[in-house]
Design a protein around this ligand. Sequence first.
Ligand SMILES: Nc1nc2c(ncn2[C@@H]2O[C@H](COP(=O)(O)OP(=O)(O)OP(=O)(O)O)[C@@H](O)[C@H]2O)c(=O)[nH]1
Length: 582
Amino acid sequence: MDINTLIILTLPAALAITLSMATVFWTSRTYPGFGYWVIGSSCRVLAAVLFLLPRDQLPLWLTIILANYLLLAEIMFYRRGTLVFRGQVVGYGWEIAASVTFIALCVYFTYITPSLNARIAVISLYCAAWNAWMVRVLLTRRPPYFGFIDRWQAGIWGGLAGLNLSHAWFVLMAVPPLTDFLITPALNAPVFLSLWIPLILFASLLIALSQVIMNTQRLEYELRIAQTQLEQDIIERKCHEVELRQARDVAETTNRALQTANTELSQLATTDALTGAWNRRRLEEAAANEMQRLKRYGQPLSLIAIDIDFFKKVNDVHGHAAGDQVLIGLVAVVRSMLRPTDSLARWGGEEFIVLTPCETLESAALIAERLREQIAKTVFPAVDTITVSLGVAQCLPQECWEQWFARADAALYRAKAGGRNQIQTAPETPPHDGSNKAAANLVQLNWHQAYACGHPLLDQQHRALFEHVNRLLDALLLSQPADEIAGLIELLIHDTIQHFKDEEAIITAAGYPGAANHAAIHRALIDQARSLANRFRVGSLDTGELFHFLAHDVIALHLLRADRTFFPYLVAPQRLDQIPNA
Ligand SMILES: Nc1nc2c(ncn2[C@@H]2O[C@H](COP(=O)(O)OP(=O)(O)OP(=O)(O)O)[C@@H](O)[C@H]2O)c(=O)[nH]1
């Protein structure tokens, strides 16, 4: 069969291969380099077409030189495509050098010394060299994504190299020289050369197939990698989630602990540690709020001051711990009788305050009376029963907390002075009024921080004595009933005796050398106070004399002068619970 007919017969198959490659290139995901393979495949189809053109009618550069060059270009494009596909850098040097020398030789053996044998030998040798190069490219620096397919293709290129070499050997050995079998009318080419056409076609088919498989293998490999990465990411994400959950749990636990600690701290800051009742600070805050409400809405608001009677005796007879239990029990009893809107605070020692919003003086007095009765009925373990004295005052819109509290306190003292275990209500007018107010203000004793010795109990008692004296002076100036004044004097003497006892114990324990002397002064003052009290009872005491004794002898000379001599010995004050009888 002549070669023209062979080319015509194989051309559709070659075209189909090229179109298939082009279709894969345009429709599927392909990697860089695949396009060069499509171009290489197209070169062979174009070369076949050029070989079919009539050589005697068309220029030889087209039908011979370009047609042969396209066969070489096909392999060069395959090599370039394969290197690019593997991500390797490709220069143009070898391709240019091969192209220039190849075309030069073709021109020489076409125009200058025409020789078909030489031309076939040149194209065969060049193709064999690039075929061998393809083998080298495919077998070295193999990427991990190929299985067997690159080796398989390398085998094809190796076979083609051998075919081309034998081709060259055949034409170089052929005697006599070949006649151009492509010139019309076509001659039969030697069988060996004719076989070359279907073999090349078959090899092209295998190469195209392996190129598509290479692309697929790389795709699968990268998908596998991506899937592994994804699985890894999922595992890491799950680990992170677990860590995050753990961290969140720790944070929540810490937060809860902090909240509990905060609640405990604010509890500590606002409640009395022994009884759990509010402390002074909390009560004053609540009172300020309630007083605002009173001013804005006119709601009545009352206060009940409760003080245990003869509590010192409870401590002395039953011990301090039993006294503590009484305080705790008392709070429980009072609380059980209050409404949720009422507030109970420990004002200090054995004195408690109940704040009762929406209660008038009368209704608050009823509550106070019920409290008194209930407390008197309650049996406290180890102590039996106790009684309390109560002072009730309704807040007046124009007065401040101190004034309101002072009225309740004054009522409480009246209850004490009146024989204890009773309630007293404060009159609905501030104690100092009109012309008497000025007079009362003149003789008010003001406590100053500079008078403090630094010992908590002594400072507390000194302050309390200031207040007692002020209350007594007020009562005298306001011409309160004689029995009330007598009660106040008794109370003052009672508290002073207690204070003197505590003070003597403290200064003796502190090593004050003048303790005995100081105690003698105390006794003298108490004797004098008792004698004044007796004289007051029988009506032979001059108010001025009593004034002088209280303000001058007790406060100015004793509390503010004589007491200062032991201040330096109280550098390390004892705790309250370490003081005898405190
Ligand atoms: N157990 C105990 N006793 C306390 C506490 N705080 C103060 N006291 C004692 O309460 C007593 C109060 O005594 P006084 O102020 O003389 O009052 P009283 O003995 O109740 O007398 P009247 O109030 O006049 O009826 C003192 O002995 C204090 O030591 C405390 O927290 N626990």
